[in-house]
Design a protein around this ligand. Structure first.
Ligand code: CMP
Length: 157
């Protein structure tokens, strides 16, 4: 029996982790306050590979479509107003375990609950104006990256 993989715990880690992609957005509050450079620095410093980046001013229809999963929530119209209030900076990121890693980097949705040193602790104002967005699953990451970027716009290789 070939059990070489079973006896080696460093291999087990390799099998658990996978290269993933996530959509990040530097939101209008952070762009307006001049935090985009510092936030990008935190993201790149954490080892994320930047596959694509742009600056966009979302229309109401685009913001409603992007956040359509939240359309029944009481904060939906306010969220759409906020996300259309100024330019934001979406980017496609890649890294091993990117979904969980990026969410750890940015911290809890509510900056009051975010850990020290996280992006939201440092730069967010409140639960809505929370500086950054991150995808919550590999599947949603793929869909959200597709919302802002074509396949050709993503860095290859
Ligand atoms: P985000 O990670 O982009 O996903 C949905 C967004 O809705 C969230 O960040 C916040 O900007 C906003 N949001 C989530 N919960 C609330 C809330 N309770 N009140 C206001 N805005 C919220």
């Amino acid at each position: 029996m070939n059990n070489s993989k079973l006896g080696n715990t460093s291999n087990v880690k390799e099998y658990d982790m996978a290269i993933e992609r996530t959509l990040a957005i530097i939101k209008p509050d952070a762009v307006e306050q001049g935090y985009a450079g510092k936030i990008l620095d935190d993201i790149l410093g954490a080892g994320f590979k930047l596959l694509a980046i742009r600056q966009v001013h979302l229309t109401q229809a685009e913001a409603e479509a992007f956040y359509s999963v939240h359309r029944e929530r009481p904060f939906f119209s306010s969220l759409v107003r906020f996300m259309t209030s100024g330019p934001c900076i979406p980017m496609a990121l890649e890294k091993e375990d990117a979904i969980a890693g990026y969410r750890a980097l940015i911290g809890a949705t509510d900056p009051a609950e975010a850990a020290d040193g996280t992006v939201r602790k440092k730069f967010a104002q409140n639960k809505e104006r929370n500086a950054v967005h991150g995808s919550d699953s590999v599947e949603n990451g793929q869909a959200e990256i597709g919302f802002f970027f074509t396949a050709k716009e993503l860095l290859q290789g």
